[in-house]
Design a protein around this ligand. Structure first.
Ligand code: ADP
Length: 534
């Protein structure tokens, strides 16, 4: 290949590789961009969902604190003001005051702390000694405050104690009640489900409380109330039950979340799923395609180089017989031969070399026709053995020394569908190679056998054979075995490609195997066209 041609090829390859690299970069940029957009969208959608959950928590706190505080604790605390006797929760249920009667269930036991002695008196459920001791000690250290009542929480013996008490008066009298925690859920449920926790105007009426999870817990983690399912959401919002009056419900916490199944109703397009796996798959695909393209490019370049070498190999092969022909023709023309014998030998050489030349040119023509898909065979039923014998006879003079040994188990009548010229091309190519690659002076075996409905023609030599890894590749156009690359044996690399193509057109197969005694054996298997005796 000329220098400029190489340079052009190289710069074309560089351009293509550059373009491929550019595409890869573009794909990477697009991947990044898409991932970034999806992530940003997701973050925004989560933000919106969190805002809705926060709205739910606020609404629950508002309703819950009004329900329990105003309708529950407050009426009970008001009946304790003054010096009246401590009421009993049981009797309060029958109170004439409707509000008191309804709230009565919230109190488990009432207590009063004597401001002078510090003694505690209680009604209702008896408190344990530990509970009494804690209550007594806690109440004694309370500071006065202006809230109508306040709450205390603790855990004693695994039980959650929730106490509501009136603020210490100047006189130091403190009274209150221990809340019956079991009664709380009912109150909270009433509060939560009076209306949807999310305003229907915001959700087109499609997100009811069944899609909302709310939970109220004590500072110790005890659940006082829980409603709804978790869903698969991790977007929880957590808030203190009362932010503006910590003394009232201090320590209670609300957790809220919205079922991800209804995100579509709250956020346009719902919660976007991560596109990362798809993007990664696309990216991998793009990378694989580019690698394939580069491999193809390299193959194409290698083929281009082979083609270029082919031209110089052909010229080289043509030159040898031409030189011989010219030399012997000149000898004859100049009358330099001494006798009849020498004349005859010179003419034989000219004939031999001219035949070689013809075969070589035929091979190239055949190959180029094959490349264009323009090979036309004239298949006719022919007795194969006589044809093999005749071609072998013609070939013998082309061998310097060594014999061409034919063995056959098929009769002269066995016929095969073949094109005699194409058959000759295949057979002579194999014989040529056997002589070319076999050691000088060694025999070449030709055998013709009939087996399994096939007629098998094989040509064996005593040469180096074909290394197993190359047995497939030698049939490829332009391919020459590795050891031939630097050897003195000339060749174009198309002989076997022609053999295989012609064999295929005959409906036959062409293969190579190891000859048991050493060397290579090329085998063509023709389908038997007749049922004549073998
Ligand atoms: P070439 O013109 O190189 O002979 P072929 O297509 O006929 O091209 O053969 C391809 C390659 O196969 C050869 O280069 C040679 O390495 C190997 N080959 C073919 N025939 C034989 C053989 N009989 N013994 C050893 N190697 C062979």
């Amino acid at each position: 290949m000329s220098q400029s041609l190489r340079q052009r090829e190289r710069s074309r390859s560089a351009l293509i590789v550059g373009l491929l690299g550019g595409s890869l970069l573009l794909v990477a940029l697009l991947t990044f961009q898409t991932h970034y957009a999806v992530t940003a969208h997701r973050r925004m959608a989560e933000e919106v969902l969190r805002d809705y959950a926060s709205l739910v928590a606020d609404e629950f706190i508002r309703r819950g604190s009004v329900e329990i505080g105003y309708y529950g604790f407050y009426p009970l605390i008001t009946i304790l003001s003054g010096d009246a006797e401590l009421p009993d929760p049981e009797t309060l249920i029958e109170s004439d005051d409707e509000r008191v009667a309804r709230a009565a269930g919230l109190a488990r036991s009432f207590f009063r702390r004597d401001p002078v002695t510090g003694d505690l008196s209680t009604t209702g459920d008896a408190l344990s000694i530990a509970q009494l001791a804690w209550l007594s000690e806690t109440l004694s250290s309370l500071e006065p405050n202006e809230n109508p009542y306040a709450q205390l929480y603790t855990r004693i013996d695994g039980e959650h104690i929730n106490v509501v008490y009136s603020a210490p008066t100047v006189a130091g009298l403190i009274q209150g009640f221990v809340v019956d925690n079991a009664a709380l859920p009912e109150w909270l449920e009433t509060a939560a489900n009076r209306q949807p926790l999310l305003p229907p105007s915001l959700t087109h009426g499609e997100v009811g409380n069944e899609h909302i999870f709310v939970e109220l817990t004590t500072p110790h983690g005890d659940v006082l109330f829980r409603q709804g399912r978790y869903g698969a959401s991790s977007l929880f919002v957590e808030k203190p039950f009362s932010t503006d009056r910590p003394a009232l419900y201090g320590g209670l916490n609300v957790r809220a979340t919205i079922d991800p199944a209804v995100t579509g109703q709250l956020v346009i397009g719902g919660l976007p799923r991560s596109r990362l796996p798809v993007l990664l798959a696309l990216w991998t695909l793009a990378a694989v395609l580019i690698v394939v393209a580069i491999l193809l490019l390299r193959r194409e370049r290698a083929l281009g180089r082979l083609r270029a070498d082919f031209v110089s190999r052909v010229s080289h092969e043509l030159r040898t017989p031409l030189t011989q022909i010219r030399m012997f023709a000149e000898t004859l023309l100049l009358g330099r031969v001494r006798n009849e014998d020498e004349t005859r030998r010179s003419l034989e050489v000219i004939d031999k070399e001219a035949r070689r030349l013809t075969h070589l040119v035929e091979n190239i023509l055949q190959f180029s026709r094959g490349e264009r898909g323009a090979v036309k065979l004239e298949l006719t039923l022919q007795p194969i053995y006589p044809l093999v014998r005749e071609l072998a006879k013609d070939f013998r003079p082309l061998m310097k020394t060594g014999r061409l040994v034919i063995s056959s188990d098929v009769s002269d009548e066995v016929r095969v569908s073949l094109d005699p010229e194409a058959f000759q091309q295949m057979f002579v190519n194999l014989l040529d190679n056997a002589v070319k690659y076999g050691p000088e002076g060694e025999d070449v075996d030709v055998s013709l056998n009939s087996a399994n409905g096939q007629v098998v023609l094989s040509v064996g030599d005593r040469g180096p054979g074909i290394p197993a890894p190359e047995r497939d590749r030698i049939w490829e156009p332009y391919y020459r075995a590795r050891r031939e690359r630097d050897s003195a044996i000339a060749g174009t690399g198309i002989g076997l490609a022609v053999v295989r193509e012609l064999a295929r057109l005959h409906g036959a197969s062409a293969d190579v195997e190891e000859r048991p005694e050493g060397g290579a054996r090329f085998v063509i298997r023709f389908p038997r066209a007749d049922t004549g005796a073998a």
